[in-house]
Design a protein around this ligand. Structure first.
Ligand code: DAH
Length: 340
């Protein structure tokens, strides 16, 4: 074997045309496989005279290295190509991306914000872990009120002065403490109660609190505001009815019904054949609450109301089980695609 043979082989490696993966395989067989030319050259090394071996060895190594590098680089190219072909096979039918949907409670919450926003109500919020003062005492709850019972409220074990707020009325107090009238705001948020979970009750749900404090605010303002809300939310032919009720923080207090949106007042099982469905509690803010929040009740008066977002949502979308709101069942959630 002469040095020329090796140098010719180096050229041959360089000139070998590789266009396809079978060319590449032929290249491997010819040069790099066990019985390939390079193996043969190596086995002939022992026939080389010792004084020529060094120079020979360098050339043989160069030949081997060139062949291996060429093989590896083409191999990589072909692999990338097939990978790309697999990734974008334009003949395959497309895989549409599932778009998400807004949660129905968010849709309705936003709608409530929009409706009250149109008549000047801002949006405010407060903490979900609340102290006794803001959740109960400032709102006139007596010491022995059942809501203060562990059976009804989740207290923080290490500090019984703290509890998960049981209603968004706590935000009322914070707003009145920190702002001067006129105040016109709604406070949507999550609330917690120590209730067994069923179709009609849950240990957490959502409310929207409303508060309006100014000079000369009357019950007529309350009624008109809520009538406007009911018509915007449930349709212009909706009627409202206020029934006397009791809340520690309002005087007088009322519960508001709307005419049943399902049977239009004729009587059905949604309205329990009364033609009316209760949707919220409301009243004139009790002067004692105003004083607790350092607002002069001689100068100012106001109204408040509180409603459950789940309740409104169930009426709007004809949903009959509270639990479904927090189960994250996609079959339920995807029905709200494109809304809101
Ligand atoms: N906080 C009451 C509840 O959770 C709802 C409520 C009733 C809020 C009357 C009010 C109100 O602001 O005036 O049941």
């Amino acid at each position: 074997m002469s040095l020329d043979t090796v140098q010719n082989l180096i050229r041959e490696v360089e000139d070998f045309k590789i266009d396809t993966s079978s060319d590449l395989e032929n290249f491997r067989l010819k040069f790099l496989s066990k019985k390939g030319l390079i193996g043969e050259v190596f086995s002939l090394m022992k026939t080389i005279a010792p004084q020529d071996r060094k120079q020979f060895g360098q050339q043989v190594n160069l030949l081997k290295q060139n062949a291996e590098e060429k093989f590896e680089s083409f191999k990589l190219q072909f692999e990338e190509k097939t990978e790309q072909q697999q990734l974008i096979d334009i003949t395959l039918p497309g895989e549409p991306l599932e778009s998400g949907a807004m949660h129905p409670l968010s849709i309705i919450r936003n709608r409530i914000i929009e409706i009250f926003g149109a008549i000047g109500f801002t949006v405010s919020d407060g903490p979900e872990i609340e102290d006794d003062w803001h959740n109960f005492s400032a709102l006139n709850f007596t010491e022995d009120h059942p809501a203060r019972d562990m059976q009804d409220t989740f207290f923080v074990q290490k500090n019984p002065d703290l509890a998960l707020r049981t209603h968004t009325s706590s935000v009322q107090v914070r707003i009145m403490e920190n702002n001067k009238p006129p105040i016109r705001t709604i406070s949507p948020g999550r609330v917690y109660r120590n209730e067994a979970i069923s179709a009609r009750a849950h240990c957490f749900f959502h409310q929207v609190e409303g508060l309006y404090i100014d000079k000369d605010v009357s019950f007529a303002d309350l009624k008109q505001t809520l009538l406007y809300f009911a018509k915007e939310m449930f349709g212009t032919d909706t009627k409202i009815r206020l029934r006397p009720s009791y809340f520690p923080f309002t005087e007088p207090s009322a519960e508001m019904d709307i005419s049943c949106t399902f049977c239009k007042g004729e009587g059905c099982n949604i309205c329990k054949y009364t033609g009316w469905v209760e949707i919220l509690g409301c009243g004139m803010v009790d002067p004692a609450v105003l004083e607790n929040c350092k607002i002069d009740h001689q100068e100012y008066s106001g109204f408040a109301f509180g409603m459950g977002i789940e309740r409104i949502t169930m009426l709007v979308y004809d949903i009959n089980d509270l639990r479904i709101f927090s189960e994250n069942d996609v079959r339920f959630l995807k029905q709200f695609k494109g809304i809101g």
